[in-house]
Ligand binder design. Structure first.
Ligand code: ASP
Length: 342
């Protein structure tokens, strides 16, 4: 069964009011490391897989890869081969990974391979390259022992796709002001009928016991996107950025908006200049919103960050963004993010 992230968050007893959460987690001291944070309430799945690595004193890089594998195995709308397809009915995956030495690897427009973050890591560790796309990325994966999956949509994705095809015009929606659009393509407001947004990329950041940072970002991208469309998630500096001296950041939401401001690189630079993780995320959100405050009402972007001291924070354009933090007792706690619009 698919994880319904928004409804989980609304119902969750641990989705505490922000002020309380803020008191609980503000200024998480370095003594609390290791710590792992992931986007959304489904970050609980990711963190639960990352934590055993961190708890044993393992490397942040291994922890975030385990987080990716777990969420890519989960059947949900927005990550892994169970995710929603593009307009042509194919699931295409985007992912990246980055370690404490600024090594990084990324794949995009990858089809029929279950674990894109692991392919990205393989690329990072065994080649001089950073980014492979499409058929080349798939060829590299197969040459390195990854299995070619069937390409069949998950039952839920198939249902969603058929529903989408009934109403969707089979062409890019270019009127970004068209708020009633049912299309969730790159040029349409990705707002669902119930007011939610059709994104849920998984980004995970970890600070290990040695004080090293790593991160990963993995997604099937925006549902019903144009074929070949790639968002922010696999782009180093957009969907993910790690600077082991300063901190790390990841993003979820409308990728085009994040790419335009090199979002996660921006968050890390704000932290370099003294901002806390939450302040840094807020400033990056404001950079996006200020480009066009009216249009910003039609999309969601959320940033999540951790600094070298193990302090964490998030901020989003719209309400509804959340993250999961695991530290100390090893239990994942869901924290709602503050947002620009209320
Ligand atoms: N950021 C992703 C993308 O633009 C979408 C998401 O977060 O769901 O592809």
């Amino acid at each position: 069964m698919r994880t319904n992230r928004r409804s989980f968050l609304r119902l969750s007893a641990i989705a505490l009011p922000f002020t309380r959460v803020n008191q609980l987690f503000a200024g998480t001291p370095a003594a609390n490391k290791p710590v792992v944070i992931s986007t959304w309430d489904s970050g609980q799945i990711a963190n639960a897989a990352a934590w055993p690595v961190l708890e044993k004193g393992g490397r942040a890089l291994d922890a975030v890869e385990q987080a990716a594998i777990a969420i890519e195995n989960d059947i949900n709308c927005c990550v892994g081969l169970g995710g929603n397809p593009d307009r042509d009915g194919h699931v295409t995956l985007d992912a990246c990974i980055m370690d404490e030495k600024s090594n990084c690897g990324a794949v995009a427009f990858l089809e029929r391979i279950k674990h894109p973050v692991s392919v990205a890591r393989k690329l990072m560790e065994t080649t001089p390259h950073v980014f492979l796309v499409g058929a080349g990325a798939q060829q590299f994966a197969l040459a390195n022992g990854f299995k070619l999956e069937s390409g069949k949509l998950s039952p839920d994705a198939e249902k969603e796709y058929k529903k989408w095809l009934q109403k969707a015009e089979y062409k890019p929606v270019i009127n970004i002001e068209h708020k009633q659009s049912k299309g969730h393509g790159p040029f349409a407001p990705a707002r669902l009928d119930n007011g939610d947004f059709n994104h849920d990329t998984m980004g995970t950041l970890a600070l290990d016991a040695q004080g090293n940072l790593s991160g990963m970002c993995t997604t099937s991208g925006m549902g019903f996107k144009m074929r070949g469309r790639v968002g922010d998630s696999p782009i180093i500096g957009a969907g993910l950025f790690v600077d082991n001296e300063i901190g790390a950041a990841t993003s979820s939401g409308q990728g085009e908006e994040v790419i335009r401001v090199a979002g996660t690189h921006l968050v890390v630079e704000f932290m370099r200049n003294g901002a806390s993780p939450e302040e840094a995320c807020k400033k990056a959100v404001e950079r996006i919103v200020n480009r066009d405050p009216e249009r910003a009402k039609t999309f969601q972007v959320g940033f999540l960050a951790v600094n070298k001291q193990g302090e964490v924070g998030a901020y989003s354009v719209q309400p509804g963004f959340a993250y999961t933090i695991t530290t100390g007792d090893g239990k994942g706690k869901v924290v709602p993010s503050k947002s620009h619009f209320s």
